[in-house]
Design a protein around this ligand. Structure first.
Ligand SMILES: Cc1cc2nc3c(=O)[nH]c(=O)nc-3n(C[C@H](O)[C@H](O)[C@H](O)COP(=O)(O)OP(=O)(O)OC[C@H]3O[C@@H](n4cnc5c(N)ncnc54)[C@H](O)[C@@H]3O)c2cc1C
Ligand SMILES: NC(=O)c1ccc[n+]([C@@H]2O[C@H](COP(=O)([O-])OP(=O)(O)OC[C@H]3O[C@@H](n4cnc5c(N)ncnc54)[C@H](O)[C@@H]3O)[C@@H](O)[C@H]2O)c1
Length: 483
């Protein structure tokens, strides 16, 4: 990196690659290009580590885990008798605080510097191809950044605010507030039955809130019905009042600082806090994209992350809007970092597309995206559902069963679970797998490997699950399929 301190006016830094956003995805993109021998500068106006570390994955999972651990102890005779109390809200919140490093990013900054990545704290705007202006946080004045090879947008996503009468100007929680709150609301109203709304409903119900969840479709409607029915039963057991297939007409504040929500059926719900978790959209506005003739709502990009119509601009992670998950965003970032490095070296020509499954492309985005809903019970799903596979033109079959093996019976008394595999009948390989039940998230990676590796079912039959583990469900599925 060369810093020209001699020229008058704004500071100017020239480097190989500039990455906007130091969330988990931006960190990985910058890390990969540096590992590949190029220079990189990360630009970040807020905390290094982004949403996942401080307001999403980590705090939400830290809020959920104590309730799952308690329920696990309660679900086995012998340990059940030892459980005499409820969750200690204060300890749960303090443990959550430790997982967010008390919203202090010193540790992550240390990693960035130790990795050899340049860091600028400020907000960047594109001025032209490969050229950016940064308003620095420390009043050091504006900075001009020039990228010799590429600019990577890893600016994340912002919450979608639904057009509900009264919401504008009201004091309500988004997922940021719901994952970082230090007080337990007595009554919590949750709008949005996606993963965030469902997980946070259960987390706060178990910590002590009385929760009502309002979903305009079904809860978790992207997942197979038997799986979501198990989650809904889990929510009901925690006292969550789940209202499905109903929309909100209006919200309004009450004199005691609470909130009321009018539903389409004329009923009115009252609570102390409202959480709005109705999805997220790529954070692309204010980046100067319009000035370059690019779309500031959604950028079309190829599997290396290269933005259509450019040979220098890449988009990854939530900002790309393909898969809004940390692990998949980091995977995209590793591919993009490798592609930028290869193109800079000339080993990948121009904007030419590398072969599928090579290190420079995120091919798995199309076939094997793993996702876990960390409720209790959990849903763990990878690849395609039967409906998605058929819509993609796959000659697909499904085999499903109740998850009932020696390992599950040992795991919890009255264990209830469900499993499904979706098979491409022409190629006799798996294209989708879903598990639902307590503790199933750790089963998922085996399914991800089977789908990514296109393991023939005849060979998968020889992958013998240990006895007595929940993984024996694999054997039951394959037997039911006909092997
Ligand atoms: C409640 C909740 C729970 C979740 N749980 C999980 C989970 O368990 N597992 C999972 O895989 N995913 C989970 N997700 C999704 C996950 O949080 C995101 O997919 C992930 O954080 C995206 O990472 P990112 O780096 O793309 O974006 P971010 O982490 O949002 O980082 C983007 C960064 O860009 C910066 N930025 C923005 N504009 C500029 C600019 N102009 N210049 C410089 N920097 C800029 C921002 O300040 C920010 O730090 C969850 C999401 C939510 C809301
Ligand atoms: N465990 C995890 O991996 C995890 C956990 C939380 C969030 N996330 C990710 O973060 C992203 C955001 O999560 P999310 O749950 O907010 O988004 P989502 O897209 O999963 O769900 C949003 C929900 O809000 C509903 N909705 C939209 N507008 C509405 C309205 N006007 N009224 C009522 N409901 C409305 C939608 O029908 C949908 O069910 C997701 O893409 C998700 O993958 C992942």
């Amino acid at each position: 990196m060369t810093q020209d301190g001699d020229i008058p006016g704004p500071q100017r830094i020239e480097t190989d690659v500039v990455v906007l956003g130091a969330g988990a995805v931006g960190e990985n993109a910058a890390g990969r290009v540096v590992q590949g021998g190029l220079e990189a500068v990360l630009v970040e106006p807020a905390l290094i580590g982004g949403e996942c570390s401080y307001w999403a994955c980590m705090p939400s999972k830290a809020l959920l885990r104590p309730g799952t651990a308690l329920q696990s102890a309660r679900s086995v005779a012998g340990s059940r008798e030892a459980v005499t109390g409820t969750l200690d809200a204060r300890s749960v919140l303090e443990r959550r605080d430790s997982f967010t490093s008390h919203w202090d990013d010193a540790g992550q900054e240390e990693w960035v510097r130790a990795t050899g990545i340049g860091l600028v704290r400020g907000r960047a705007v594109l001025l032209g191809p490969r050229e950016l202006r940064v308003e620095t946080n420390d009043d050091g004045g504006p900075l001009t950044l020039v990228a010799r090879h590429a600019v990577v947008l890893a600016t994340g996503s912002t919450p979608v605010v639904p057009p509900i009468k009264g919401l504008d100007g009201m004091d309500y929680w988004g997922t940021r507030e719901a994952t970082s709150a230090h007080e337990v609301p007595q009554r919590l109203l949750v709008l949005g039955g996606g993963v965030a709304g469902t997980e946070l409903s259960q987390a706060w119900a178990r910590i002590g809130s009385t929760v009502t969840l309002v979903a305009r479709h079904d809860v978790l409607d992207n997942y197979p019905e038997p799986a979501r029915e198990l989650v809904k039963a889990g929510l009901a057991a925690d006292g969550v009042d789940v209202r499905t297939f109903i929309g909100a007409d209006f919200v309004r504040g009450t004199v005691d600082g609470g909130v009321e929500m009018g539903l389409a059926d004329g009923s009115v719900l009252a609570a102390d806090k409202l959480l709005v978790s109705t999805g997220r959209t790529p954070a692309l506005s204010g980046l100067g994209l319009e000035g370059l003739g690019l779309d500031a709502v959604r950028l079309a990009s190829d599997d290396t992350g290269l933005v259509e119509g450019t040979d220098w601009l890449y988009v990854v992670g939530d900002a790309a809007g393909k898969v809004l998950l940390t692990h998949q965003g980091k995977y995209e970032a590793r591919a993009t970092g490798a592609a930028i490095t290869a193109r800079a070296r000339g080993s990948l020509s121009g904007a030419g597309a590398p072969a599928p499954w090579s290190r420079e492309v995120s091919t798995a985005n199309h076939y094997a995206v793993p996702q876990v809903v960390f409720t209790d019970p959990e849903i763990a799903m990878v690849g395609r559902t039967l409906e998605q596979a058929r819509a993609d033109g796959v000659n697909a079959s499904e085999t499903s069963l109740e998850l009932s093996v020696a390992g599950s019976a040992l795991f919890a008394d009255d264990y209830r679970g469900w499993a499904q595999m979706v098979v491409d009948e022409d190629r006799k390989v798996l294209v989708g797998v879903t598990f639902a039940g307590p503790g199933v998230s750790e089963l998922l990676h085996a399914a991800t490997i089977a789908i990514t590796g296109e393991v023939p079912l005849e060979r998968l039959w020889h992958a013998v699950p240990s006895y007595p583990t929940i993984s024996e469900v694999w054997l039951r599925l394959l037997e039911k399929y006909g092997l």
